[in-house]
Design a protein around this ligand. Structure first.
Ligand SMILES: CC(C)(COP(=O)(O)OP(=O)(O)OC[C@H]1O[C@@H](n2cnc3c(N)ncnc32)[C@H](O)[C@@H]1OP(=O)(O)O)[C@@H](O)C(=O)NCCC(=O)NCCS
Length: 341
């Protein structure tokens, strides 16, 4: 097969059925790129003539690794058309992306892999090291709809249906109020999130401006407030999820953070409030790809870790300071970086 040409992209792969699911929002394909990857210099595409056969996009982020802040490029979406796989296309796009990231003075590059989807060797050959494995916890809100979508293998399906608990508990807190965030809340939310970041081994660094830019029709921030103090926040968005061959709109939780002293019961109530928000919109499930830090709340509100859905985080330092901090750290346990793949 003839070698592809590499160049810039303006949308993800055209034959991706995910894009057709957002019929209410015809500009979704473009918005997806803006949402995940606002820096077009971090897009890579592979073309066969006019056809886009491969794409790789990364988004810029600030992450803190054991106290030091680095400019990170996070590889978000990577896909090669089935007919064009195993020809070295991703290997080539990754090389180009790494060169570009170095030139743009990014200090680390992160990538995620879903278990069994391939790509591990490609990352290792490019000098990435695996640092963490995320489980992926999910909760069904509409059991019937999820049942119809599940064309998984029959055994997994049996297990999944058994553990699905679509009920939602109390959604009203005994004091204070749970509501959607406004611009005025963003300073307090960023402060809460950064206190959490400081506690973790590797995590995103937050600014009110970053949060403001993200809030849109599908990206919602909720807060638990009492007497003008934000005691907790959950950041959520809507995303296309895959189940077997089907694509459907799912709720995703990006962050969940609480001030010290918030009662477990109120954390659960806040989660229930958000679950109810998605249920009212007819969204059949919600998932969360970083359950370790908040496992208690997940368990209490009926989430289950999905058995075949592990995701691993890989990292590659592009500067000496990042190399040093990665070499001197034996193990990273608490990691929370934006995860999309
Ligand atoms: C995973 C995926 C991105 C890999 O893309 P790809 O273009 O097929 O990757 P490459 O061709 O560069 O490498 C794949 C294999 O082909 C080999 N290969 C075959 N021909 C090659 C060539 N001419 N040059 C270089 N490598 C070649 C590579 O060595 C590699 O094998 P290895 O991993 O066993 O060492 C692709 O399979 C895909 O789109 N999957 C679905 C989406 C997905 O899962 N994305 C990742 C999200 S976590």
């Amino acid at each position: 097969m003839e070698k592809p040409d590499y160049g810039a992209i303006t949308a993800c792969i055209g034959d991706n059925p995910k894009q057709q699911r957002w019929r209410d929002h015809p500009t979704w394909g473009r918005e997806l790129l803006q949402f995940h990857a606002p820096d077009t210099r971090l897009y890579q595409g592979a073309y066969q003539g006019e056809d886009l056969v491969g794409c790789m996009i990364a988004h810029p982020d600030k992450i803190q690794i054991r106290g030091t802040v680095f400019n990170a490029a996070i590889i978000a979406i990577t896909e090669v058309r089935t007919a064009n796989r195993n020809q070295g296309i991703v290997t080539e796009m990754l090389t180009k992306l790494l060169n570009q990231s170095s030139q743009l003075k990014f200090e680390v590059v992160l990538a995620f892999l879903i278990a069994d989807r391939g790509g591990t060797n490609i990352l290792k050959r490019a000098g990435f090291q695996k640092i963490h494995k995320y489980g992926h916890a999910g909760k069904a809100l509409d059991k019937e709809k999820m049942d119809k979508l599940m064309d998984l293998n029959p055994i997994l399906r049996k297990i999944a249906l058994k553990i699905i608990d679509s009920s939602i508990g109390e959604t009203t807190p005994p004091y204070g109020v749970i509501r959607e965030a406004t611009d005025k809340d963003l300073d307090q939310i960023a402060t809460l999130l950064n206190a959490e970041t400081a506690r973790l081994d590797i995590a995103s660094v937050w600014t009110p401006d970053y949060l403001k830019r993200k809030m849109d029709w599908r990206y919602k921030i909720f807060v638990f407030e009492d007497r003008r103090t934000i005691l907790g926040s959950i950041i959520s968005y809507e995303e296309i999820a895959t189940l077997g061959k089907d694509y459907f709109t799912s709720g995703l939780l990006k962050e969940m953070v609480f001030a010290g002293g918030v009662e477990e019961e109120n954390k659960n109530i806040m989660m229930n409030f958000v679950l109810n928000h998605f249920k009212e919109k007819g969204i059949p499930s919600v998932s969360y790809p970083s359950p370790k830090n908040v496992m208690d709340v997940m368990k209490k509100t009926g989430f289950n870790v999905l058995p075949s859905d592990d995701r691993s985080v890989y990292i590659k330092p592009l500067c000496t300071a990042a190399q040093q901090v990665l070499e001197t750290s034996e193990k990273f346990r608490l990691i929370n970086v934006f995860l999309i793949c």
